[in-house]
Design a protein. Structure first.
Length: 161
């Protein structure tokens, strides 16, 4: 049976290092919070390969196109997977994706947030398959996000004990 890690390699992707919070930035929460078989992940931007926070920054519809946003959302998914893997050890422990909530910093009149967050959802389904990867989802436009991020994506997965 192919593992999620195997599938990532098959499609030519690798996980960045888990998120390293910059010195001086106080975050009084966890990026990943495990409660029994529930894993809740906080709003994530993307990481660079070394785990440093790498954006994306700006507004969709003025600084970034929908196509660029889609690709960035895929990178956010890789960051989420990296941080979850650091907490649970093996991505094969994920037995279901419950929900995904994407917040997209949007220029006035921009209405393609759903297409941007599709980058995250499409990667999840590609890596985990349509049964485990299927999830409920919302995508909303917001005026701004912390640190000038163009998007933040949060959600919940279920894991085996």
């Amino acid at each position: 049976m192919t593992t999620p890690e195997d599938r990532l390699r098959e499609i030519g992707l690798e996980l960045p290092a888990p998120t390293k919070v910059p010195d001086g930035l106080h975050l009084p929460f966890s990026f990943v919070n495990i409660r029994a078989e529930r894993v809740l992940f906080s709003g994530h931007p993307k990481n660079a390969k070394d785990g440093s926070i790498a954006g994306p920054f700006g507004l969709l519809g003025s600084d970034l196109s929908t196509e660029q946003g889609y690709l960035e959302a895929r990178e956010v998914a890789l960051t989420v997977l990296s941080n979850i893997k650091a907490e649970i050890g093996d991505l094969s422990r994920i037995v279901g994706w419950s929900r995904v909530f994407g917040m997209v910093a949007s220029a006035p009149g921009y209405t393609e947030q759903h297409l941007v967050v599709n980058g995250f959802s499409d990667l999840v389904v590609d890596v985990f398959g349509s049964t485990v990867g299927r999830h409920a989802r919302s995508a909303i436009g917001v005026l701004s996000l912390p640190l000038g991020f163009a998007m933040e994506i949060e959600g919940e997965v279920l894991i085996s004990p």
